[in-house]
Write a protein that binds this ligand. Structure first.
Ligand code: NAD
Length: 498
């Protein structure tokens, strides 16, 4: 059994709380560890440590910060296997899938290694006679991150490397279901030479989150998780005057046009729908089959869905592991039943799947529902499991109307061989991240990630250039160094350039 404590000021600490939570191995259904849940006093201790650390870290040179990011990046490479193993054990995803998120998260660190280049300000010579003007950005202070279970390392890495490289100090509240990766990351930062107190981890639940939202010494909050909690965080952090970006849930549609390569589309939809057991915020959950594509497409997806190998994440043959908790499994099973009752056709049914030797594991098989309509719960709710729902429409206009009427706007994709259709789609769809024949269009680290509508509350997308803006505030300086004999030119009128 692993036992997790908070990481504050460069050391593990039990904190003041007595409440605990179990960490589960989703493949066996058994508790594999335990963590201490933070009380508000523990959040306060972490914020105090981060505030003290900011006094020096906020003044450190940008090259010092970059060098620590380079060292941290090397340690992430060296510990990739260990990180992937911890993630797979607590989340259930396959080792290779876990390794993929380590690599995608590390790319944010690689982006942060270039911080000296990105923090270069702008300079205008001679904006008026003898006057120059320049602008630059400075850190905010102590900032906090609150993250979900489904990417135990990648989503926190969307936040803290950029926050720290821009000169802030950080308090992370990771998901209480997957604490292991954050614990290792804290130790790797220390090995990389990051001063104590710059990166802190408090494990906890709603109590810790609300203490973060209320804390007067936290300047900004980044959140990633479900939509109701994203709204709660956005409102709570705004009420206490913090800068906030809160990324929420999703319902991602893949539109398949009749002119698409249907084998290619079916391959990629199955990978995007069932990879990580459908527990990615960019997973495809709704397939919008357009016109005559539908019957053939459903046949091809069925064939591939049946072939998906479900098993334990550590088995190299496994393509899809369990879902994260028993409650998540029950939610998926319940939704399949609701869809069936509402009139959807259950083409592939994952409800009765049992993995030999892991009868208590949180497994549910990949499931395909056809003839789903927009009024069914199986469509209106984010299920976050291996369930693909096929909706049928007549043309591209109907497909766009359907997506645009959905309250979520995280990711979407269109499969087509027409550049004209692709361009119409990318311009008209009200979604933040769009794939053209790419089912999971997660932006690279040097772009920014973010959805629209109920998938993001706040003004800034996360990581990339918007991440740098989120964690910094701008200053503009206007300078004049008059010669001792120079006329002062002072006047009561509003000054204009001469
Ligand atoms: P969640 O909303 O349950 O939890 C996210 C965080 O909020 C956790 O740290 C958790 O401890 C905390 N939390 C939970 N309940 C809370 C409450 N009542 N008050 C305050 N804090 C609370 O999400 P999850 O189940 O861990 O993750 C899955 C969700 O995250 C899905 O909805 C998925 O779409 C979303 N997600 C979105 C993105 C994105 O980029 N938009 C990325 C990954 C995951």
């Amino acid at each position: 059994m692993s036992s997790y404590q908070h990481w504050i000021d460069g050391a593990h600490t039990a904190g003041s709380g007595t409440r605990t939570a179990d960490v589960f191995d989703p493949a066996t259904g058994q508790a594999s560890g335990q963590l201490l849940l933070a009380e508000p006093a523990d959040v306060d201790t972490a914020v105090s440590a981060a505030s003290r650390a900011f006094e020096t870290w906020g003044q450190s040179s940008v090259t010092t910060r970059a060098r620590i990011m380079f060292a941290f990046r090397e340690l992430l490479v060296q510990h990739e296997d260990e990180l992937a193993a911890v993630i797979s054990a607590e989340h259930g995803k396959t080792i290779d899938d876990a390794r993929g998120e380590v690599v995608r998260g590390r790319e944010v660190v690689e982006f942060a290694c270039g911080i000296p280049q990105m923090l270069k300000g702008e300079y205008s010579d001679q904006v008026s006679g003898g006057i120059d003007s320049f602008s630059f950005r400075q850190p905010l202070g102590v900032v906090a991150g609150i993250t979900p279970f489904n990417f135990p390392i990648m989503v926190p890495l969307w936040m803290h490397p950029i926050a720290i490289a821009t000169g802030n100090t950080f308090v992370l509240k990771p998901s209480e279901r997957v604490p292991g990766a954050s614990d290792l990351v804290a130790r790797l930062y220390q090995q990389a030479g990051l001063p104590d107190g710059v990166f802190n981890v408090v494990h906890g639940d709603k109590v810790a989150v609300d203490a973060i939202l209320d804390h007067p010494d936290i300047a900004a909050v980044s959140f990633v998780g479900s939509t109701p909690i994203a709204q709660h965080v956005h409102e709570g952090a705004s009420r206490t005057g913090k800068r906030v970006q809160a990324l929420g849930g999703a319902k991602n549609h893949a539109v398949v046009m009749p002119d698409a390569d249907l084998d290619y589309a079916a391959d990629h939809i199955v990978a995007a729908g069932y990879g990580s057991a459908g527990q990615r915020c960019m997973a495809i959950s709704a397939v919008v089959a357009v016109g005559p594509a539908a019957d053939t497409l459903v046949d091809k997806i069925r064939e591939r869905t049946r072939a998906v190998h479900v098993g334990v994440g550590t088995d190299p043959d496994t393509e899809m592991g369990p879902v994260v908790t028993r409650a998540a499994r029950d939610r998926v099973v319940d939704h399949i039943g609701q869809g069936e009752t509402a009139g959807a056709t259950v083409v592939v049914d994952g409800r009765d799947l049992v993995v030999d030797g892991h009868e208590e594991g949180f497994f549910v098989g990949p499931t395909l529902l056809d003839h789903v309509t927009t009024d069914m719960n199986v469509y209106t709710e984010e299920i976050f499991g291996p369930l693909l729902a096929v909706l049928r429409v007549d043309d591209l206009t109907q497909a766009l109307d359907l997506i645009n009427a959905n309250p979520y706007g995280n990711g979407t994709a269109v499969f087509t061989s027409s550049g004209e259709i692709a361009r119409t789609f990318q311009r008209a769809v009200q979604v933040g991240m769009i794939g053209i024949n790419v089912p999971v269009p997660v932006p690279m680290a040097f772009h920014s990630f973010g959805g629209w509508k109920n998938s993001l509350f706040g003004d800034h997308h996360i990581h990339g250039p918007e991440g740098i803006r989120f964690y910094t505030q701008g200053k503009v300086v206007t300078t004049r160094w008059p010669h001792v004999d120079e006329e002062s030119l002072a006047q009561l009128n509003f000054p204009t350039a001469k």
